[in-house]
Design a protein around this ligand. Structure first.
Ligand code: NAD
Length: 299
């Protein structure tokens, strides 16, 4: 069993770190938000005094941070993780969803320092994180992937090697772009169904086995009622925050711009999530786009 440094113990990081402890690993964790640290202790992990402290004796160092700027800050700044782990030479794994450019920049700095790094963003939400059923989309070299696989298997069910550095992030932003559009589609369907006099449970039961079936519909229905575990039944508490989905939509639009890819529906959906955030619901689950849409008038 390994010693693992885990930085970023938020909605996703906390349950992922807990699953590493459950699998028998020694986890040293750190987060700038002290409120998250008690959870790690309760799960059987050890709280470190800083990110460098958590990482420097570890064989694996995992980060689960909000965005590219945080990942660059934690890994690259003077006295940052790449410097801190020089002696122990752990495998570095960033599980945050960030831009491909930041992922490649951090990996390049790691490689220059003689370290192996994987970008390994996840899909499956907080439920997947809690149940260790996440999907990992991994970018990096074959040997680094083989080295990281047993650790990732303690947190997830489907672990894919997507390609070289940055390929995991590329898959992830395509995935989230499709999900964001799909969530708006499900929301529109349930709102129209309501206006047509349908019961949401009945609509859900039928469409779950029909051609509109999707994860947003069957596992995460944005209309309250049909899926008891969905954020829609707890006032849209996250889950996956709308502000983070907006971040991912911006990442996908920047990538689409850079590669001249036509993504008109994603561009439109982005405006919806922007409106949700502007209305003050950025810290709610992204499926709150349903409630925002319900408050709109047909033009
Ligand atoms: P979160 O905001 O709940 O957690 C991020 C944590 O990082 C916070 O606790 C914050 O205090 C900590 N942090 C920020 N800067 C730090 C620093 N410099 N040093 C140490 N800790 C620091 O976010 P989350 O929902 O856990 O998401 C994390 C990442 O996973 C994001 O990139 C998100 O896009 C991605 N993601 C989230 C979900 C989901 O359902 N929540 C699903 C898939 C992917």
């Amino acid at each position: 069993m390994a010693t693992i440094g885990f930085i970023g113990l938020g909605n996703m990081g906390a349950p992922m770190a807990a699953n590493l402890v459950k699998a028998g690993h020694k986890v040293l964790g750190y987060d700038i938000n002290p409120a998250t640290l008690r959870g790690l202790q309760e799960a059987g992990g050890t709280v470190a005094a800083s990110a460098a402290e958590a990482a420097k004796v570890a064989e694996f160092v995992i980060t689960m941070l909000p965005a590219g700027e945080h990942v660059r800050e934690v890994w690259l700044h003077q006295g940052g993780l790449i410097e801190a782990v020089q002696a122990a030479k752990p495998l570095l794994i960033d599980c945050s969803t960030i831009d491909v450019e930041s992922a490649r920049a951090v990996t390049a700095a790691a490689v220059e320092a003689g370290l192996d790094m994987l970008d390994a963003p996840v899909s499956g939400g907080t439920v997947g994180a809690a149940n260790a059923t996440l999907t990992f989309m991994v970018g990096g070299s074959e040997p680094a992937f083989a080295r990281g696989l047993p650790v990732l298997q303690a947190m997830g069910k489907n672990i894919f090697h997507a390609g070289g550095p940055g390929a995991g992030q590329a898959v992830k932003i395509c995935n989230n772009m499709m999900l964001a559009i799909n969530m708006v589609g499900v929301a529109e369907g349930f709102l129209l169904g309501q206006k047509l006099g349908l019961d949401w449970n009945k609509l859900h039961e039928i469409t779950s086995t029909a051609t509109s079936q999707s994860w947003a519909l069957t596992s995460y229905c944005p209309a309250p009622g049909p899926v008891p575990a969905a954020p829609s039944n707890r006032g849209y508490a996250p889950g996956f925050m709308a502000a983070l989905m907006l971040k991912d939509m911006k990442l996908s639009q920047a990538a689409a711009e850079a590669t001249s890819s036509p993504t008109p529906l994603a561009a439109h959906a982005l405006q919806f999530y922007q409106a949700v955030v502007d209305s003050g619901d950025g810290a709610k689950d992204f499926s709150v786009v349903f409630r925002w849409l319900a408050g709109q008038k047909r033009e």
